[in-house]
Design a binder for this molecule. Structure first.
Ligand code: ADP
Length: 176
């Protein structure tokens, strides 16, 4: 990983996989210049999601056991596609592009604002999960823990992208 770059975890949830919109959303991240350094489709088990949402994300303490249970039910509806993205302050940038948790409150232009519309009120009343397209790490520490939970070192790659020409210090060209 180059100087001053970060990595973040993005998971396309069953709703975006089943709607067939993974490609067009992923292209937003690619166009912003983030580098895909890991990618895979998987259908994790209960323990994997428990570690992700509770041990790392502290979801039960933040939102309660009931929300945790219905979110797990929603995540178990099908496979997910996980990506690790790399770039300058990528963690905060990706969260900004994704938008707030509740699609109803997510601003137009964000991924959740453009591709979803569910409210907390509706989810609570009908006891359903909030299909909000994707998960993205909340902060740098969480990103580190999540990436090592979802990907092994061997599944992460390093290569040059054209964007790095502009995000890294230029080599000086001496005149002969
Ligand atoms: P975020 O995904 O934005 O980081 P959280 O970590 O708080 O948000 O919640 C994880 C996921 O749980 C959300 O993305 C959403 O799918 C689901 N969720 C959160 N709160 C609720 C709720 N009140 N009712 C149903 N599902 C919820």
């Amino acid at each position: 990983m180059k100087n001053s770059q970060e990595r973040t975890l993005v998971i396309f949830k069953p709703d975006s996989v089943q709607r067939g919109i993974v490609g067009e959303i992923l292209s937003r991240f690619e166009k912003a210049g983030f580098k895909i350094v890991g990618a895979k489709m998987l259908k994790p088990d209960y323990d994997h999601y428990f570690k992700h949402y509770e041990d790392i994300g502290k979801m039960v303490s933040r939102r309660g056991k009931k929300v945790f249970d219905i979110t797990l039910e929603m995540m178990n509806e099908g496979p997910v596609i996980a990506f690790v993205l790399e770039g300058v302050e990528v963690v905060a940038m990706v969260r900004k592009m994704v938008g707030t948790t509740e699609p109803k409150s997510a601003l137009p232009g964000t991924i959740r604002g453009d591709y979803a519309h569910m409210s907390f009120a509706h989810a609570d009343k009908h006891e359903v999960g909030i299909p909000n397209i994707l998960h993205a790490s909340g902060d740098v520490e969480e990103a580190k823990a999540e990436i090592s939970h979802w990907f092994s070192e061997e599944e992460l790659f390093d290569y040059e992208t054209v964007h790095e020409k502009f995000t890294q210090k230029r080599k000086s060209h001496k005149k002969s």
